[in-house]
Ligand binder design. Structure first.
Ligand code: GUN
Ligand code: FE
Length: 435
């Protein structure tokens, strides 16, 4: 294997869940990351790996910085970029007042391209290299996101929203056109370069039973596509969903009955699940996207860690912009930690970094592709500056352990700590402090 690029700094990644396996966290304080083209060739101690360096290769050396796999945001709405931080008393009025009018504009492909480009650059500036992204009901919105992602050679998962009722006419598809347009997008984009498709019924209240059934058929017909939707976010939404589908055992069961629970299905929020729901999540290997800044901002509720961990449900964390208030996965870790504390759970920093990298990859069944520095994985990584602000510099002089260093980064860090972002071995955004 030819080594084509080499980076020397501290290295952090996970081979497993640190909550279950004490050897899962890999840390090399003087580390070397070697690439072969777009892939990881090796990651380890500098003094052990330096013998593999071709003599003519220049090593990029960043003392004091941390090399980490790019963050993975498993639930985000790119069309809501321009309405982040919109005030409303809860989810349903927020959707009516801001979300639907904003999403209307994505029938215009030029607008969709412009927002998609900004959105992807904003993700990269925050160190996020893969996301599971919602478009709007318009197929053009998914085309725009994928086109912009392909131009930057990013691994993105995205889909056109399906919704055929209980929303303004100008945002409705039908059960048939929603399925037909989604299938055309799957054929066009799923597996093209680094792009992956997610079948995206918005949530049960805005889909007829027939639309959800057709989404389930598509999911069955294309088993390696993703599925993404919302469930059990807010109490009013839960009551509404139950009243619309009175035969279902629970809100989650609406999706289950339609064949929408399977590996690669990503369920956002999952605050108001019961024990039977949690068992079905685990049995079907469906995953949770916990969206802390959104849940706090919209007052949706506090996610329950202990029963989720006990049930062994694949878990990830996500921004949910525009319901979420930050694109930063470091800020998302901060709010995740506080939600865990409010429920009596303690979340170490190692677990937070795992959830934002290889834990997310595993929840998406992409752990052999992204999320860690395992040789052969794609070289999406970031250079973190743990002393990017005066306060971080000062606090960093009083660190007693690696766990404490990572914890401080998760609590005080944000986009200012992301010095460089690489996708498929190439720098995609150059920030500051890296010379
Ligand atoms: N439920 C249905 N649509 C949405 C959305 O756009 N954002 C959030 N947070 N919840 C939803
Ligand atoms: Fe959402």
């Amino acid at each position: 294997m030819t080594i084509t690029a080499a980076f020397r700094a501290s290295i952090l990644y996970f081979t497993d869940d640190p909550a279950c396996n004490p050897d899962a966290m890999r840390w090399h304080s003087d580390g070397l990351l070697l690439l072969s083209g777009e892939k990881i060739a090796a990651a380890g101690d500098y003094h052990l790996l330096k013998t593999q360096l071709p003599p003519e290769l220049t090593v990029s050396h960043w003392p004091g910085k941390i090399l980490c796999p790019g963050f993975i945001d498993t639930h985000v709405h790119y069309p809501q970029t321009d309405m982040i931080a919109s005030p409303a008393p809860g989810l349903l009025p927020w959707l009516e007042t801001y979300t639907f009018p904003t999403e209307r504009r994505f029938q215009d492909s030029a607008h969709a391209h412009e927002v998609a480009g900004f959105f992807l650059d904003e993700l990269l500036r925050n160190g996020t290299t893969t996301a599971m992204v919602y478009g709007t009901v318009h197929p053009e919105s998914a085309d725009a996101l994928f086109t912009q992602s392909e131009q930057r050679n990013l691994r993105m998962v995205a889909g056109k929203v399906m919704m055929d009722r209980h929303c303004p006419d100008f945002l409705q598809d039908t059960a048939e056109t929603g399925a037909r347009d989604s299938e055309a997008l799957i054929r066009k984009w799923h597996g093209r370069g680094r792009q992956l498709y997610a079948i995206t019924p918005r949530f049960a209240p805005t889909s007829s039973e027939r639309q959800l059934a057709l989404a389930g058929e598509l999911a069955n017909q294309y088993p390696d596509t993703f599925i993404q939707t919302h469930v059990a976010e807010n109490k009013d939404e839960c009551h509404w969903a139950r009243s619309l589908f009175p035969k279902a055992r629970s809100y989650l069961d609406i999706y289950d009955q339609c064949g929408l629970m399977r590996p690669r299905a990503m369920y956002a929020h999952c605050i108001w699940l019961d024990e039977t729901d949690r068992q079905r999540m685990a049995e079907t290997q469906s995953a949770i996207a916990l969206c802390p800044t959104s849940n706090l901002f919209l007052g949706s509720g506090l996610f329950h860690f202990e029963p989720t961990i006990a049930a062994k449900i694949p878990l990830s964390i996500a921004t949910d912009v525009g319901g979420g208030t930050s694109f930063s996965m470091l800020q998302t870790m901060n709010e995740t930690y506080k939600i865990a504390r409010m429920g009596g759970h303690y979340l170490p920093a190692a677990s937070m970094f795992y959830l934002a990298t290889s834990g997310a990859a595993r929840a998406m069944q992409l752990e052999n592709t992204i999320g860690s520095f395992t040789p052969g994985n794609e070289a999406d990584f970031i250079v973190i500056d743990p002393q990017a602000t005066p306060l971080l510099q000062r606090r960093s002089q009083h660190l007693n352990s690696l766990e404490e260093q990572l914890f401080v980064l998760a609590m005080l860090g944000d986009d200012r700590c992301i010095a460089l972002t690489y996708a498929a071995g190439k720098p995609v955004i150059r920030h500051k402090n890296t010379g």
